[in-house]
Design a protein around this ligand. Structure first.
Ligand code: ADP
Length: 528
C-alpha cells in the first residue's frame, strides 16, 4: 500500500500542473514537482508555510474572496488569478480548487497551470483585431468581407469545373459564372461601402453578392482562378449596381495570400472609378472626333490621288478611242486597227473602273454598328474563311490568344476587314519563299483598355525603300498591287480609336500590330 502511495506521489510530481494541498487556513500540506517548477519554491520551502504569504496572492481581492466563498458553499471553484513566483514575477494561472475532507478535517486541493503567455497572445490578438476593425471601419475605400466557402465547395463538387476555372476561365459560360457568383456572400462591410451603394445601413449590403454584382459585368471565373491559385492579389475593373439601379464602374482588389487564409473572411477593396472611366470615354470620343476630322482631310488628299491615278488611264482611253475613230474615218477604213485601238480603250476603261471600285470601300457612307463581340472567335472565324488561300499558298498558321481577352465593343466587320488584308499581305510577302512559310496571329492585352492583334509572317519583310510609305494610299511594290489595302486598314482603325504599325522581324519577315480599344464609343453615328 505504501508503495502505491509512493507511486501516486511520483505521478503527481510528473504532472506539469502545480498540485498543492493546503489546509483551509492556508498551510501547505503537499507541494508537487509541477508547483516547484511553476512557483520556484522547493517542497521543503513550501510545506508548512501559508500559501497566500508564499505566493503573495492577495487573499482579500474580490476574486479570491468569491473563489473561497464558492469553494466553501459548493465544494469547488475554477478561475484565473494572479500569483507572484519566488523570483518576484507575477504570473497568471488558471486554477481549479476542490474541497476534500479527511479524518474530519477539511483540505483544499489546488491544481493550477500557467496561462500567462496564452493570455498575452490573446490580448495581442484582441489588439490586432481591434486595429484591423478600426482600419476596416474608418477606411475611405469601400471594403467588403466576403465569404467564398460555399463557392469553393461547389467548385470541388462539380467534376472538372475547378480545372476549367484554372485553365480556361474565359471560356466558362455566363450562366455557370452566375451560379458561382450566387454562392458568394458579403458578411461584413464598412461605412464607405454602404455610402458607395447609396444605402444607409450595413445590414442592407450584407447577403448574396449577386445583388450588387452581375456575372456578365465582372469576370467571376478569373477571380476564382486567382483564389484557387492563391495569387497574392487579384485586381479587375467591373460594373456594379447601386441601390438606385445606377451602374458604377469600380476597380476591385482582392488579397488572397494571408498566411492564415480564411475563406469566409476575404477582404475586397472596391474603388469607384466611374468618374475616371467617364473621362477616359470622353477622351476616346474626342479621339474619335479627331479621327473623323482627320479622315475628312484624308478624303481630300485621297480624292487628289484618285484624280492623279485616273488621269493616266482616262488619257489613254481617250487616245485609243480617237485613234479608233480616225481608223474608221479613213477613205478605206482599217477595221483591224480600229478594233485594236477600241480593245485598248476597253482595257484602260476597265482599269479606271477597278480603281474606282477599290476606293469605294473607303469612300462608302454606310453606317457602322458598334456591337459586343468576342475577338478570339472573330480571329478563328477569319482563319477558317481564309483556310483555302492559306493551304493553296502552302502557309502554316499559328493562332495564339491570351487567356484574359475579354469581350470587345466595336465594329467586328471592320476588324475582320483589317485582319483579312493583313493575312493576305502576309501570304503575298511569302510568295517565292521556299521553307517555313508561317503566319502567326497573336492576341494579347496591350496597355490599359486596349488589345494588341499582331500578324507576323516569315516573308521578305518591308523593303527599305518603302519604309514610311506603305500606309500611303496607292503605294505598292507589287506589279499588280493597288496600294490601298493598308490605307483602308488605317482608316478603319483610326475610326475605331485604334492604330496600325509595322516593323520588320529580327530574323525574317514583318509584323503588323493592330491596337484596338476593348470598348469603342457607342455613338450609333455614321462611322465611315
Ligand atoms: P498592295 O495591294 O500593293 O499590297 P497594301 O496597301 O496592302 O497594298 O500594301 C502596301 C505595300 O506595303 C505593299 O505593296 C508592300 O510593299 C508593303 N507590305 C504590305 N504588307 C507587307 C508584308 N507583310 N511584308 C512586307 N511588305 C508588306
Amino acid at each position: 500500500m505504501e508503495t502505491d502511495i509512493d507511486d501516486l506521489y511520483q505521478l503527481l510530481d510528473l504532472s506539469n500542473d502545480a498540485i498543492v494541498v493546503r489546509e483551509l487556513s492556508g498551510n501547505v500540506l503537499f507541494w508537487n514537482g509541477g508547483a516547484e517548477r511553476l512557483y520556484g519554491y522547493t517542497r521543503q520551502q513550501a510545506i508548512g508555510r501559508k500559501l497566500s504569504t508564499l505566493l503573495d496572492a492577495d487573499s482579500s481581492s474580490d476574486l479570491h474572496a468569491v473563489g473561497t466563498a464558492l469553494l466553501l458553499s459548493t465544494g469547488s471553484w475554477k478561475g484565473e488569478i494572479a500569483q507572484r513566483t519566488a523570483s518576484g514575477i507575477v504570473i497568471k494561472v488558471s486554477c481549479s480548487w476542490t474541497l476534500s475532507e479527511r479524518d474530519g478535517s477539511c483540505r483544499v486541493i489546488e491544481i493550477c497551470s500557467d496561462i500567462t503567455s496564452a493570455s498575452k497572445t490573446k490580448e495581442a490578438l484582441d489588439r490586432s483585431e481591434a486595429r484591423f476593425r478600426s482600419i476596416f471601419e474608418n477606411n475611405s475605400v469601400a471594403l467588403l468581407e466576403m465569404d467564398f466557402t460555399r463557392v469553393i465547395q461547389e467548385l470541388a463538387a462539380a467534376p472538372g469545373l475547378a480545372d476549367s476555372v484554372r485553365n480556361r476561365p474565359n471560356e466558362i459560360e455566363k450562366n455557370i459564372s452566375q451560379g458561382l457568383l450566387a454562392q458568394i456572400r458579403i458578411n461584413d462591410c464598412n461605412s464607405a461601402a454602404v455610402r458607395m451603394l447609396g444605402l444607409s445601413h450595413k445590414s442592407e449590403v450584407l447577403g448574396g453578392a449577386q445583388r450588387w454584382i452581375s456575372a456578365s459585368d465582372c469576370n467571376i471565373p478569373a477571380m476564382l482562378k486567382a483564389l484557387l491559385e492563391r495569387d497574392s492579389i487579384f485586381e479587375d475593373e467591373c460594373t456594379i449596381r447601386g441601390a438606385d439601379g445606377e451602374s458604377l464602374t469600380v476597380a476591385i482588389g482582392f488579397s488572397f495570400s494571408a498566411k492564415d487564409f480564411e475563406l469566409d473572411r476575404i477582404l475586397v477593396a472596391v474603388l469607384d472609378v466611374t468618374g475616371a472611366h467617364e473621362h477616359r470615354e470622353e477622351l476616346t470620343r474626342a479621339h474619335f472626333r479627331l479621327a473623323k476630322e482627320g479622315r475628312a482631310a484624308a478624303v481630300g488628299a485621297f480624292s487628289a490621288s484618285i484624280v492623279h491615278e485616273l488621269n493616266q488611264p482616262l488619257a489613254a482611253l481617250l487616245m485609243n478611242v480617237s485613234a479608233s475613230i480616225r481608223w474608221l474615218n479613213r477613205p478605206e477604213p482599217n477595221i483591224d486597227a480600229a478594233r485594236n485601238s477600241a480593245m485598248h480603250a476597253k482595257i484602260e476603261g476597265e482599269r479606271a473602273r477597278s480603281i474606282l471600285e477599290q476606293t469605294k470601300a473607303r469612300m462608302t457612307t454606310e453606317r457602322m454598328k458598334v456591337i459586343r463581340y468576342e475577338l478570339p472567335e472573330l480571329v478563328r472565324n477569319t482563319v477558317t474563311i481564309l483556310a483555302r488561300d492559306l493551304e493553296a499558298a502552302d502557309v502554316e498558321i499559328d493562332v495564339k490568344i491570351a487567356q484574359d481577352i475579354r469581350e470587345m465593343v466595336g465594329d467586328p466587320v471592320g476588324v475582320q476587314q483589317v485582319l483579312v488584308n493583313l493575312i493576305n499581305n502576309g501570304i503575298e510577302a511569302m510568295t517565292g519563299v521556299i521553307v517555313d512559310k508561317r503566319l502567326t496571329l497573336t492576341v494579347a492585352p496591350a496597355e490599359h483598355g486596349f488589345v494588341r492583334l499582331s500578324v507576323s509572317d516569315t516573308g521578305h519583310g518591308i523593303v527599305p525603300e518603302s519604309e514610311g510609305h506603305i500606309f500611303t494610299p496607292f503605294f505598292t511594290t507589287k506589279p499588280s498591287g493597288m496600294g490601298i489595302g493598308l490605307a483602308i486598314c488605317v482608316s478603319i482603325l483610326e475610326i475605331a480609336g485604334g492604330s496600325l504599325s509595322a516593323r520588320n522581324n529580327t530574323d525574317r519577315g514583318a509584323t503588323f500590330d493592330v491596337i484596338l480599344p476593348v470598348s469603342s464609343p457607342e455613338t450609333g453615328e455614321a462611322r465611315r
